[in-house]
Design a protein around this ligand. Structure first.
Ligand code: FRU
Length: 493
């Protein structure tokens, strides 16, 4: 008897240009690297259910950071042994420092946390000798024992040119610990770093250098996810900017900085290798929040990733700030005629498109700021059923916010879903506020102030939100819409 084909990747709420698994649960992205023409993405995966449990590493590959092909599970849990496969990273061991190379390919080595039934967390290795298709456990795991900490996990490993050795950052209680190794197997503790927001468990650190603006100067950035304790509830990622001497990280100041103020950008880490000549630092994050991740109304899968984002260090109100923008590749998914409007005076609620909009959108918007025009406004994604997803720019309060409470669906019972999400505005010297919005069936990613103010939020509406309206918020004042361009994005499936 043949099994009828599933209407795969076309389900209600299914992201069309973000990675999500065909079925079952995913959370953190893990082990991202580029090797031999392929970008690899691994992720926390439960192959048997769409709830968090039974962690394995799922695997997908892409040639362009956009179209992903799901591969067989890469790392299998060992429930009776060292345990489940929690988050971690992977590198290309170009110099065969591990001695694991068997043929023409350098070993690809994953370092991850084994978490046992007894919640004992240790760090282990797995490797591939065929360029990333097949993975096997290292025979002498673990390579780093637990010093008796409940939370001791999520190793991120990188090659340090300056020191000609491997460096690992690891979340250990409410510290990031730094270790060094010559061969990825024997690790020496160097230092601990602790600062910033302490409201929750520390998870998924990442450490990397970035140029400051367009200058020759570079700074080190330490990413650290915490759960709970995020600025709008639940999980969020903070970061520190400073210096790294190969063994110690020193932050420039004690300001608490959040990567993204939306509730649905968590556990983001960056690619550990990129194609030769590509200097970009690309991050991907899990698009959900531990507050409600296990309850989002999707089937047969649960969980998706953000779009890959390019990170930069830009000047901001207080020193520097980490900015993010969708990778340039994304624009190649634009299809259909873009709705484009220029210099429109908006005095009351105004529809920005006459025909129903697609469910996958890339919207660019510039609205005059000051100069007698309204500097506070509201954008509303809506549908004929009365559902609304609101984005507000409030210049007086210095805030950008998302309110998804009028798209409640089954999520209404979750306080974390109903609460308004607020991001402080980066002061814009410019005369117009520029925004880029990616909307994909059940997610909104907002990049404003050149990617210095970010809001990423899932939403679950009963029907697609196919209208877009703009209205001034300052009483009778009109606002000047300098430009809006709305493009539909092609599905990657
Ligand atoms: C972060 C996290 C990690 C852990 C993994 C388990 O979301 O809690 O710290 O390794 O998820 O799935």
């Amino acid at each position: 008897m043949s099994i009828p084909p599933k209407p795969c990747y076309r389900e209600h709420h299914r992201p069309q240009f973000h990675f999500s698994p065909r079925e079952n649960w995913i959370n953190d992205p893990n082990g991202m690297l580029y090797y031999n023409g392929l970008y690899h993405l691994f992720y926390q995966y439960n192959p048997s259910d769409k709830a968090w449990s039974n962690m394995h590493w799922g695997h997908a590959t892409s040639r362009d950071l956009l179209h992903w092909e799901e591969r067989p599970v890469a790392l299998h849990a060992e429930p009776e042994g060292l345990g489940y496969i929690y988050s971690g990273s992977a590198v290309v061991d170009w110099h065969n420092t591990t001695g694991l190379q068997q043929g023409e390919h350098p070993p690809l080595v994953a370092m991850f946390t084994h978490s046992s039934k007894w919640n004992r967390q240790v760090q282990s290795l797995a490797y591939s000798v065929d360029g990333g298709d097949n993975w096997q456990m290292y025979a002498h795991n673990p390579v780093l024992e637990n010093p008796d900490l409940e939370d001791f996990r999520d190793p991120k490993v990188f090659w340090c040119e300056q020191q000609q050795g491997w460096v690992m950052v690891l979340a250990a209680g409410r510290e990031v610990q730094i270790f060094r190794s010559a061969n990825l197997k024997d690790w020496r503790y160097c230092s601990s770093f602790s600062a910033g927001a302490m409201g929750g468990v520390w998870e998924c650190p990442d450490l990397f250098p970035l140029p400051v603006g367009d200058s020759e100067l570079s700074k080190w950035v330490l990413l650290l996810s915490i759960n709970p304790g995020g600025p709008n509830g639940g999980s969020a990622t903070q970061y520190f900017i400073g210096d790294f001497d190969g063994e110690h990280f020193h932050a420039d100041d004690d300001e608490v900085r959040w990567l993204d103020y939306g509730t649905d950008n968590y556990a983001g880490v960056t690619w550990s290798s990129m194609p030769q000549g590509d200097e970009r630092r690309i991050m991907i994050a899990w698009m959900s929040n531990w507050l409600y991740a296990n309850h989002v109304p999707t089937a047969p899968w649960r969980g998706a990733m953000t779009v890959p984002r390019e990170l930069k260090l830009l000047p901001a109100a207080h020193g520097l700030c980490l900015s993010a923008a969708p990778v340039a590749e994304l624009a190649s998914l634009r299809c259909g005629a873009a709705v484009e409007v220029r210099d429109m005076l908006v005095e009351r609620r105004q529809s920005l498109a006459t025909a129903p909009l697609a469910d996958t959108l890339d919207v660019e918007l510039a609205i005059a700021n000051g100069g007698g025009q309204a500097s506070s406004w509201q954008l509303c994604f809506a549908n004929a059923g009365g559902e609304q997803l609101l984005l507000q720019f409030d210049a007086a309060a210095g805030e950008l916010s998302i309110d998804r409470s009028a798209t409640a669906h089954q999520m209404a019972v979750h306080d974390g879903y109903m609460r308004k999400q607020v991001a402080p505005l980066q002061p814009a010297g410019d005369s117009a506020v520029g925004l880029r919005i990616l909307k994909d069936a059940s997610s909104l990613e907002i990049f404003s102030s050149d990617g210095r103010s970010l809001l990423t939020a899932l939403y679950f509406s009963r029907a697609p939100l196919d209208q877009l309206q703009l209205s001034p918020l300052d009483g009778n004042t009109a606002l000047l819409l300098e430009r809006v361009a709305i493009s539909e994005l092609r599905s990657i499936w």
